[in-house]
Design a protein around this ligand. Structure first.
Ligand code: B1M
Length: 228
C-alpha cells in the first residue's frame, strides 16, 4: 500500500472512488491494496470488479475518447486493472458450480484489447464453464483449430475496434465452410458491437457484458441440449 494512504480508514464509497482514481493513474500497488481491502470488508468479488475496476476503466475510456489520455497512460491503467483482476480471478472461479460446458474465447485478428474478453472468461469460469482462452489477435485458423481440439459448446469472440469487428464474420464463414458452425453456439461481444451486427453476421447472440454472456451461454446451451 502507498505510504500516503491508509485505506483501512476510508469509508467504502470513498475507497471505491479512490480505487477508480488509482486505476486511472495506473497505480498497480494501490489497486491491489484497494482490491484486498474491499474484499476484506466483505464486498463480493463481482462488486469489487464492477464498481471499482470496471468503474475506473469506464472513466479511462471516456478520457481516451476525448483525447485527455493517450495510449501510454491507458496501458498503465490496463496494467493496474489486470493486477486487480488477478486477485479476483480465483475468487470468481470458486463458486463450486458444476461444469456446465466448454467455451473457447479469443479477441479477433488485428485486435489486442483483452481486458473485457478476460473478464468474460473469468465470469464464465465462475459460472462453471471450462474456458479455453485463446488470447488476442486470433485469425480464423486459430479459432478452427481450437474448435477441433476442444470441441467446445461455445465459441466466444471479442472485438473492440470498428475495424476488427467485421473479422468475426470471417470466422463464422470459416466455421460454416468447415461444417463446424452447427456444432457450436457463437457469442460475440465488445464495445462497438450491437444486436443488429450479431444478427447480420449470423452469430447466435450479442452479449453486452460479462454477466449477459454468462446468462446467454447458459440459456442457449440448455435450449441446444433440450433439442438433442
Ligand atoms: Co483501445 N480503443 N486502442 N486500447 N481502448 C478503445 C476500444 C476505443 C473505443 C477508445 C476510444 O477512442 N474511445 C478506440 C476504438 C475506436 C473504434 O474503433 N471505434 C480504441 C483505439 C482507437 C485504440 C488504438 C487504435 C489506439 C492507437 O493505437 N491509436 C489501439 C488499437 C490496438 C489494436 O487493438 N490493434 C488501442 C490500444 C489500446 C491499449 C493497448 C492502450 C489498451 C488495451 C489494453 C488491453 O486490453 N490489454 C486500450 C484500452 C484499454 C481501451 C479502452 C480505453 C478500454 C477497453 C477496456 O478494457 N474496457 C477502450 C475505450 C472503451 O472501451 N470505452 C479503447 C473495459 C472492459 C471491461 O470493457 O472491453 O468493453 P470491454 O468489455 C466488456 C464488454 O464489451 C463485453 O463484456 C466485457 C465485460 O463486461 N465483451 C464481451 C467484450 N468482449 C466480449 C466477448 C464476449 C462477450 C462479451 O464473447 C462472448
Amino acid at each position: 500500500m502507498s505510504d500516503e494512504l491508509d485505506y483501512s480508514n476510508i469509508p467504502t464509497d470513498e475507497l471505491i472512488q479512490q480505487m477508480q482514481d488509482d486505476l486511472y493513474d495506473g497505480m498497480v500497488n494501490e489497486v491491489v491494496a484497494g482490491t484486498n481491502e474491499l474484499l476484506g470488508r466483505g464486498l463480493t468479488p463481482y462488486d469489487v470488479l464492477t464498481k471499482a475496476l470496471v468503474g475506473g476503466m469506464d472513466i479511462v475510456g471516456a478520457d481516451f475518447r476525448d483525447g485527455i489520455l493517450f495510449v501510454p497512460e491507458v496501458l498503465m491503467a490496463a496494467k493496474a486493472m489486470k493486477a486487480g483482476m488477478e486477485i479476483l480471478r480465483p475468487l470468481l472461479a470458486e463458486t463450486g458450480a458444476q461444469q456446465i460446458g466448454t467455451m473457447i474465447i479469443g479477441t479477433v485478428k488485428g485486435d489486442i484489447h483483452d481486458i473485457g474478453k478476460n473478464l468474460v472468461a473469468m465470469m464464465m469460469e465462475g459460472a462453471g464453464f471450462k474456458v479455453v482462452n485463446l488470447g488476442i489477435n486470433n485469425d480464423a485458423d486459430k479459432f478452427l483449430s481450437a474448435v477441433r481440439e476442444h470441441t467446445p459448446d461455445i465459441v466466444g469472440m471479442s472485438a473492440l475496434l470498428t475495424t476488427t469487428m467485421p473479422y468475426m464474420e470471417t470466422v463464422i464463414k470459416a466455421l460454416k465452410e468447415q461444417g463446424l458452425r452447427d456444432k457450436v453456439i457463437v457469442l460475440v461481444g465488445g464495445a462497438p458491437l450491437n444486436e443488429a451486427f450479431a444478427e447480420e453476421i449470423e452469430a447466435d447472440a450479442y452479449c453486452r457484458d460479462a454477466a449477459v454472456a454468462v446468462e446467454t451461454a447458459k440459456k442457449l446451451i440448455s435450449i441446444k441440449r433440450s433439442k438433442s
